[in-house]
Design a protein around this ligand. Structure first.
Ligand SMILES: [Zn+2]
Length: 299
């Protein structure tokens, strides 16, 4: 009887366990993406990374869907481009779903580079592109090892976020807009977008659209971050940032928030490289999301 008690006790403890997220593993995936070179839509590196991600996720998801969308290049109408949205799904039976999203494309032009000679060149996008994806990749490993039985989670590796020219919002988040039209049911109750989450000097303010679109969830996440000791999550509103979380909300009405550190001096420059990024920052963001999801799972 005592033995049975111990078995049950440890089974319960194990069931309640929240898996550890390892920032070093995520950082290795950030580097791996950058090793492909610049990954803007229409380039060979873009196709190569798509193939790598699909192969990586194929044995780490309950269902994997690859959506391809042919578009005209927004500024070079004669060029046909295929955008690929990749959706890895977990616990398909659950109606209580949360969507995590990040963009895997990188920017074709370094239009914020202080050197004019560089402004037509593509960026490597270590923080703007690879960082959010590196967290989703490591989460896919965790989710397949520690399956959900209550909540359902969808990981969206979205394409075509960063094709717009400055001020032309129409041509930002093209992949998210296309995804919104093909979205299958059940619709997630919340979407969390990760973008620019690897800065060596992190500070996560509350992004304005996130606050108006998903106030309760934003505060829940920021409270959880602070309870974990991550004082980098500050209770201060930032400027509105038009990112995938905004496009998704406008298209679908799903409460959507962004975890983004927009105060990054290398944004849209050739300097957005691996050395500006940190495993620590990936670790705190990944741990926060992991804790948040598995606490919902055990609720
Ligand atoms: Zn960008």
């Amino acid at each position: 009887m005592i033995r049975l008690f111990y078995i049950l006790f440890f089974a319960i403890i194990q069931a309640q366990q929240i898996p550890l997220f390892d920032g070093d593993i995520a950082f290795s995936y950030l580097k791996k993406q950058c090793d492909f070179g610049e990954r803007y839509p229409g380039s060979q590196n873009h196709i190569d990374l798509k193939n790598y991600l699909v192969s990586f996720l194929s044995d780490k998801s309950d269902e994997l869907i690859v959506y391809d969308h042919e578009i005209n290049h927004p500024y070079n109408k004669n060029e046909k481009i295929i955008l690929y949205n990749i959706l890895a799904r977990y616990n398909l039976d659950s109606q209580n779903r949360i969507l995590l999203m990040a963009h895997w494309d990188t920017r074709e032009i370094a239009d914020k580079d202080s050197n004019k000679m560089n402004q037509a060149k593509p960026i490597i996008g270590a923080n703007d592109g690879a960082s959010g994806i590196s967290i989703l990749m490591h989460l896919s490993e965790i989710f397949s090892s520690y399956p959900f039985n209550n909540i359902g989670v969808d990981l969206l590796f979205v394409d075509g976020e960063d094709m717009g020219r400055h001020g032309d919002l129409e041509n930002f988040s093209i992949g998210t807009k296309l995804f919104s039209k093909t979205m299958s049911k059940p619709i997630p109750k919340l979407a969390i977008c990760l973008d620019m989450v690897a800065d060596k000097d992190p500070e996560f303010k509350i992004e304005y659209f996130s606050y108006i679109q998903a106030e309760k969830d934003v505060l829940e996440l920021w409270d959880l971050a602070n309870s974990l000791g991550y004082s980098e999550f500050v209770y201060e509103l930032s400027q509105p940032i038009y990112d995938d979380h905004r496009a998704l909300f406008v298209e679908t009405g799903i409460p959507s928030l962004d975890i983004i550190d927009f105060d990054y001096p290398y944004w849209h420059t050739l300097e957005d490289t691996v050395d500006k990024c940190s495993p620590y920052t990936l670790g705190i963001v990944g741990t926060l999301v992991c804790e948040y999801l598995y606490r919902k799972e055990h609720d």
